[in-house]
Ligand binder design. Structure first.
Ligand SMILES: C[S@@+](CC[C@H](N)C(=O)[O-])C[C@H]1O[C@@H](n2cnc3c(N)ncnc32)[C@H](O)[C@@H]1O
Length: 284
C-alpha cells in the first residue's frame, strides 16, 4: 500500500495534514469498535428514511441504495467508491448492480484491510479492489478510466477543490459522480470558511457548487434533510449506548466526539443551516 499522507500536497505541520491524520486515526478507531461490537450495522452513515418504523440499519442501507441507483452503473463499467467505510456498501452494490470492477479509496488503513479481507471471504476480490489512498489523490487510477463514482457521506471530510479536480481527472467525459453530501446552507455566507479546517472542508453549499461546476454539469439536486435527520439524531443514542463497552480512552474520546458531532449536525439539519443533498453530476 502506498503512503497515505501526501507530503507534496501538505507539509507535515500544515493544518490540512493534521486533519487528515486525525481523520484516519478516528476511522481506524471506529472500525475497530465496529468489529469488536460484532453484530449490528457495518455502515457509517446517518441513513435515509423512506418509511416510518424502519430500523436504523435499514435506513443506512436505503442511503447506499439511493446513491448507487442514481449512479446507474452498466455491466461493463468501472466504478469508484471514495470513503467507503467498512466496505459494506460495496458488498451491497456487488449483490444488486452489474459492473465490471469497483475501486474503493479510503484514508483509514484498518477499513481498507477489513474490506479487502471481507471481499476475499465473499469471493468478490476480483470485482472489488480497495486502496489505501486519499480521494484527493487516487494514484491507482489512470486519466479518464472511470465511468461512475460515488461518495457517500464523506465529501465533508475532503479537501474539496483537490477532490473535484481529481474526480474530474479519473472520470471519462460524460462519466457520473453521485454524492450524498453535507454542507452549510448557502445563506450562511462565508462563516464556515472563516472557521477551522473541519468547517472549511464541509464548506458552504453555493461555494462548493461553484467549485464542482468548473468540471461537472449538475444533473440532479435533491434535498434530503427530512429523510436524513431521524437517523442522524438516532445515531447519538446509538453511539452513547455503546460507550460503556469501550475500554481504550482514545477510542472513548473519538466515540464521544461522534455523538457530539451528530447532535450538532442533527440540529443543523432541523434548523436548516446545514443541508444534506443527493447530488448527481456529469463530467463535462
Ligand atoms: C462518515 S464515513 C462514511 C462511510 C461510508 N460511506 C458509509 O456510508 O457507511 C466517512 C468515510 O470517509 C473516509 N475518508 C475521510 N477522508 C477521506 C479522504 N480524504 N479520502 C478517502 N476517504 C476518506 C473515512 O475513512 C470513512 O470511511
Amino acid at each position: 500500500m502506498s503512503p497515505i499522507h501526501d507530503a507534496s500536497a501538505h507539509p507535515a505541520d500544515d493544518p490540512q495534514a493534521a486533519l487528515d491524520r486525525e481523520l484516519s486515526e478516528q476511522y481506524d478507531a471506529f472500525q475497530a469498535l465496529s468489529e469488536a461490537q460484532g453484530a449490528g450495522s457495518a455502515y457509517f452513515n446517518w441513513g435515509y428514511r423512506t418509511r416510518r418504523g424502519q430500523s436504523y440499519a435499514e435506513t443506512q442501507e436505503r442511503l447506499v441504495e439511493a446513491v448507487f441507483t442514481a449512479a446507474a452503473p452498466a455491466p461493463g463499467d468501472i466504478l469508484v467508491d471514495v470513503g467507503f467505510g467498512s466496505g459494506e456498501q460495496d458488498f451491497f452494490a456487488a449483490r444488486h448492480y452489474s459492473f465490471a470492477r469497483l475501486h474503493g479509496f479510503n484514508i483509514s488503513r484498518r477499513q481498507v484491510e477489513h474490506a479487502t479481507r471481507r471481499a476475499a471471504e465473499l469471493g468478490l476480490h476480483e470485482r472489488l479492489v480497495f486502496h489505501h489512498q486519499p480521494a484527493e489523490r487516487m494514484q491507482a487510477l489512470a486519466d479518464a478510466s472511470v465511468d461512475r463514482m460515488v461518495a457517500i457521506e464523506c465529501a465533508p471530510h475532503f479537501d474539496r477543490p483537490r477532490f473535484y479536480k481529481e474526480a474530474a481527472r479519473v472520470l471519462r467525459p460524460g462519466g457520473r459522480l453521485v454524492l450524498a453530501d453535507i454542507a452549510f446552507a448557502g445563506w450562511t455566507g462565508d462563516l464556515p470558511l472563516r472557521g477551522d479546517e473541519k468547517l472549511r472542508r464541509m464548506g458552504n453549499f453555493d461555494h462548493n457548487r461553484a467549485e464542482w461546476e468548473v468540471y461537472f454539469h449538475t444533473r440532479e439536486l435533491r434535498n434530503i434533510n427530512r429523510e436524513t435527520v431521524p437517523g442522524c439524531l438516532r445515531s447519538v443514542w446509538h453511539v452513547l449506548r455503546g460507550l460503556p463497552r469501550i475500554q481504550q480512552s482514545s477510542h472513548r474520546r473519538h466515540w464521544l466526539g461522534l455523538a457530539l458531532t451528530s447532535q450538532i449536525m442533527g440540529t443543523g439539519l432541523l434548523l436548516r443551516f446545514i443541508r444534506y443533498d443527493l447530488i448527481v453530476l456529469e463530467r463535462r
